[in-house]
Design a protein around this ligand. Sequence first.
Ligand SMILES: [Cu+2]
Length: 130
Amino acid sequence: MLLGAVALVTSTAGCGRAAPPFASSGTSAGAGDVAVASIGTATIKVQATDKLKFVPQTLSVNVGAIVEWDNAGIAPHNITFDPPNSSLTKTTFNAGEKWQMKFTSAGTYAYTCTIHPGMVGTITVAPAGS
Ligand SMILES: [Cu+2]
């Protein structure tokens, strides 16, 4: 079983100074699974659209990548990660909002928007340098 270790931070759209980073609650899988870090330029972006899709739906990155979700539409979404990564979930993802995660552990991270059944995505994180 792969346990994800990622860093979380929220930011508001277009704002250079992010809100204070936080570790999500419920990180019961073990100390250090979720590390707080300041997050920089996104390696890749995923749009949450009003067509109720994450675009791209699947993507592959290397360890260390920063993935940014942008809510490009007007509908609210969420980014709910499957176990064992549930603690990474972004519960409310409103229009115009951005959400970043830095993936520091290889693995497969599947997520869904529980508001819109079928709105799913998967991020495959490969070891650094692969
Ligand atoms: Cu949605």
